[in-house]
Design a protein around this ligand. Structure first.
Ligand code: PEP
Length: 254
């Protein structure tokens, strides 16, 4: 069974509010012929642009996400953003455990788990990122790394919660490097993730969970990736920063 595809743009630390407005306008224009019943589209701008983007997306079938959040509702956590704040500004989703958070900002599976729980208690749908480094892949640790990220990240979550979340397989060696995993390499890991999910929540529930691929997704490679049974969409970094390339990915990903 193929699930409804999702194309999600992770803008990272790009786009001033002005630039964000221009990008959203361009994407909306260039996707005006897209049937949004057939694909979910999501944008994850930096925190400072969320309000402006939310305004432009109002009434449009496009989802808005935070790129990260703290697990507490409020408190003395300088520089952090809470789930309540993301909800208030119009986010329906939040990216959790992106490899850049893990690599540069000390994100751990334990904090990922707290954030996932907080997302659910505030009605945000989390997009959990998992993936191995090049070193880990070369040492044949890909599956064990991902298994640990899933075991610890999803620890204690209910079947309903797991079933309602979105996963993203993002091999670290393919992020921002221009090196995409081949559709076969990606599918192998996606199938492993789906197998893990089946064991965790049963086949029927696992069948409903979308697993996106992320890592140098471009208009030229999205079709090959989407042709694979277990790949349900893309989490797109660099190519989500240009209206034309993002719109092309949405269209070719259908
Ligand atoms: C990402 O940021 O999640 C990502 C996959 O980036 P890029 O598409 O630039 O590799």
């Amino acid at each position: 069974m193929k699930r409804k595809p999702m194309i999600a743009g992770n803008w990272k630390m790009h786009m001033t509010t002005k630039e964000a407005r221009e990008l959203v306008a361009g994407i909306l224009e260039q996707t005006s012929d897209v049937n949004f019943d057939r694909v979910d589209v999501l944008m994850a701008p930096p925190f400072t642009a969320l309000s402006a983007v939310a305004e432009l997306l109002s009434g449009r079938p496009v989802f808005l996400a935070g790129q990260n959040m703290h697990w507490e509702e409020k408190g003395a956590f300088t520089g952090e953003i809470s789930p309540v704040m993301l909800k208030e500004v119009g986010c329906s989703h939040v990216i959790i455990g992106h490899s850049e958070r893990r690599q540069y900002f000390g994100e751990m599976n334990e904090t990922v788990n707290k954030k996932l729980r907080a997302a659910f208690s505030h009605g945000l749908t989390p997009i959990l990122c998992v993936g191995e480094s090049l070193e880990q892949r070369e040492a044949n640790q890909t599956f064990s790394v991902i298994e640990e990220e899933l075991d610890k990240g999803l620890n204690g979550l209910t079947t309903e919660q797991v079933q309602s979340m979105i996963l993203a397989y993002e091999p670290i060696w393919a992020i921002g490097t221009g090196k995409t995993a081949s559709p076969e390499q990606a599918e192998e890991v996606h199938a492993f993730i789906r197998g893990w999910l089946e064991k965790r929540v049963g086949k029927e529930a696992a069948d409903a969970i979308r697993v996106l691929y992320g890592g140098s997704v471009k208009p030229e490679n999205i079709e090959g990736l989407m042709a694979k049974e277990s790949i349900d969409g893309g989490l797109v970094g660099g190519a989500s920063l240009k209206a034309e390339s993002f719109a092309q990915i949405v269209k070719r990903g259908l």
